[in-house]
Write a protein that binds this ligand. Structure first.
Ligand SMILES: *Cc1c(COP(=O)(O)O)cnc(C)c1O
Length: 355
């Protein structure tokens, strides 16, 4: 007999929500996978030795609860005064969860731009909080309403570059938003290594600015699960109380530390992705797609005549997986991750027979 838990035992907020649905992760079969913005290249080679070393020492002992080895290296790389400005997480989704739990109470609200990362909404739902979506302007800047104070507002999320558009808000605009907002502004820099500038230094200027990073995209380590936050030490100190004691494991701490140590690898990888992004963008435009200029490792595209969903399905039938997304009151479309040049050529060639 199958046991199911009656919704009556679950908090009403949880029973009422759909749950975040991540992009498809086929565990078998040969797909060209361009749907969840993974890096197509192998990660920095140094991670192998770092993982071996941990395995030789053994896994009997708990990891360093603060992942200090990583914090110290990250503080140097980002020119922060000390490791106390860094908080590590089990992927940056863990960081976003910790911040939501620490800042936003039941019935209070968080703010996010629209269209953007769907997970923020799920975090609010789990917390029993409300969320307020502020639409981007037509030029992908944010209206003044995004910085408007509101009584119950406790946290604002801003992915920069944004997903699914790949567009960016300027540093000046972010400083100004943080000044006006009555709450922390979490700048989610999951894709920033592919962009022209970052806000990693802005927490030094304003304690309300928090910047999150992940190793999932630019370091090719989505399978490892490691992310981090940069904020002023007194902010980090509060967030530490909310996290799981051992939210990062010994293997991931060692591998992540070795990965960020290799900034040369990062720069080379970034250049390859940025070059292929141009190839993808121009190829799509040649096929008549409208493409939003992207600062990330994916592009958002729509076709004036061809609906997006059948294109997604036809690509999938040919074992090319892209992300079909539908944002009510804005648009549906395809978000295509920047793979290798060969993968992108294959995708473009299939599309050329479909449009
Ligand atoms: C991928 C992504 C993340 C989280 O990545 P993790 O794998 O949990 O580190 C966070 N924010 C945005 C906008 C993303 O696209």
């Amino acid at each position: 007999m199958r046991m199911t838990m009656s919704p009556q035992f679950v908090r009403p907020e949880i029973a009422a929500m759909d749950g975040y649905v991540p992009g498809e992760q086929p565990q078998a079969g040969k797909f060209i996978k361009l749907n969840t913005n993974e890096n197509p290249y192998p990660p920095p080679p140094g991670i192998r030795g770092a993982i071996d070393e941990v395995l030789q020492r053994g896994l009997q002992k708990y990891p360093d609860p603060m992942a200090n080895a990583f914090r110290m290296r990250a503080a140097q790389i980002h020119e922060l005064p000390s490791k106390d400005w860094v908080l590590c997480g089990n992927g940056s989704d863990d960081i976003l969860t910790i911040c939501t739990r620490a800042f936003v109470g039941h019935g209070e609200s968080l703010r996010l731009p629209y269209p953007s990362y769907i997970l923020y909404r799920s975090l609010a739902q789990i917390q029993g909080a409300r969320w307020e979506e502020v639409r981007f302007n037509a030029d992908w800047s944010l209206p003044a309403a995004f910085g408007e104070p509101a009584e119950s507002l406790k946290l604002a999320f801003l992915p920069n570059p944004n997903s699914p558009t790949g567009t960016m808000i300027s540093r000046e605009a972010i400083l100004e938003l943080a000044d006006r907002l009555p709450c922390p502004l979490l700048v989610d820099e999951a894709y920033v290594d592919f962009a022209d500038y970052s806000c990693i230094d802005l927490p030094k200027k304003n304690e309300k600015i928090l910047v999150s990073r992940t190793l999932s995209k630019s370091y090719g380590l989505a399978g490892l699960r490691f992310g981090y936050l940069v904020a002023q030490p007194q902010v980090i100190e509060q967030l530490v109380k909310v996290k799981d004691s051992y939210n990062c494991d010994s293997l991931s701490i060692a591998a992540a530390t070795a990965a960020i140590d290799d900034q040369v690898w990062l720069a080379t990888n970034r250049d390859k992705i940025v070059a292929t992004r141009k190839h993808l963008t121009e190829g799509l435009e040649k096929l008549g797609f409208q493409v939003i200029p992207s600062q990330a490792n994916f592009v958002w595209c729509t076709h004036p005549e061809k609906p997006a969903k059948p294109l997604y399905e036809a690509l999938k039938a040919e074992h090319v997986l892209v992300r079909y997304m539908n944002y009510p009151n804005w648009s549906d479309g395809l978000r295509i991750s920047v793979g290798t040049d060969d993968q992108i050529s294959a995708c473009l060639s299939l599309l050329s027979n479909m449009v």
